[in-house]
Design a binder for this molecule. Structure first.
Ligand SMILES: C[S@@+](CC[C@H](N)C(=O)[O-])C[C@H]1O[C@@H](n2cnc3c(N)ncnc32)[C@H](O)[C@@H]1O
Length: 232
């Protein structure tokens, strides 16, 4: 269950979000299993069990993106990217830093609201965010696009690290474990992308996932691999 935690005198944002997603507005917490969306100094955040005041942000610094496996997979000549699985927008952020324009789709409403809020905070200080268009909805319903590349990251990569992931990632996982969205399988994404006739489709996968024989080329990193499908 998702609630919006807000006071009556500061509630325009709460009413807007409540109207969009049907989440009730409450002034106090009362349900131990619920996600509470609230406003903090740096945008929207969530209280969920022992995770308190956790939001998404773009504070992570990426070094050496130029020439990286990720950059090669996206392709230097590419301009417009359709990110079909936005999530926390970490991959979209890298695409923006590499100079691409990105339209990113997110189907999970709480993830969408947290990412949207993080963008509006980031836009104030990071120029590259003007190249990002985040859309709430199912990317598989897109039937026309002028993108050069479709990027798909359907998986939840629980890479076995001993350290606990950062709070935003912990929250992201909890959201995805708690709600069933009308999510899509890898093969549905690939069929859809093929149907759009886009020349370059990139699918991020765990490095150990068996190879698909339709993949034209793989760009292999330390823990993930980017499989390229071409549509010529
Ligand atoms: C593994 S995460 C993507 C993480 C993302 N690449 C990042 O860097 O933060 C997959 C995301 O895709 C979303 N998703 C799954 N199916 C979708 C669909 N058909 N349309 C839009 N978003 C979808 C899920 O809700 C989830 O947030």
């Amino acid at each position: 269950m998702i609630f919006i935690l807000a006071d009556d005198d500061d509630s325009q944002w709460a009413h807007e979000i409540s109207a969009s997603h049907g989440w009730p507005i409450v002034s106090q917490k009362g349900n131990k299993e619920a996600f509470y969306l609230k406003k903090a100094k740096d945008g929207l955040c969530v209280d969920y069990k022992d995770l308190k005041g956790v939001g998404f942000d773009f504070s992570k610094k990426y070094f050496k993106l130029e020439g990286s496996v990720f950059a090669k997979a996206i392709g230097k000549g590419s301009k417009k990217i359709l990110d079909a699985t936005a999530g926390l927008l970490k991959d979209s952020h890298k695409m923006l830093l590499l100079g691409h324009e990105v339209t990113a789709f997110e189907i999970q409403p709480l993830v969408y609201e947290l990412s949207k809020s993080a963008i509006s905070v980031a836009t104030k200080s990071i120029d590259s965010f003007s190249g990002l268009n985040l859309v709430f909805g199912n990317s598989l319903e897109v039937n026309d696009t002028d993108a050069d590349v479709i990027y798909i990251d359907p998986m939840f990569h629980h890479v076995n690290k001993s350290a606990l992931p950062k709070k935003d990632m912990q929250l992201f996982r909890k959201i995805n474990e708690s709600f069933t969205v009308d999510s899509s399988t890898e093969s549905q994404f690939i069929e859809w992308a093929k149907g759009l006739g886009i020349p370059r489709v990139v699918v991020k996968r765990p490095i150990k996932q068996p190879k698909d024989k339709l993949v034209a080329h793989s760009f292999t990193g330390k823990s993930v691999r980017y499989d390229l499908y071409t549509n010529n």
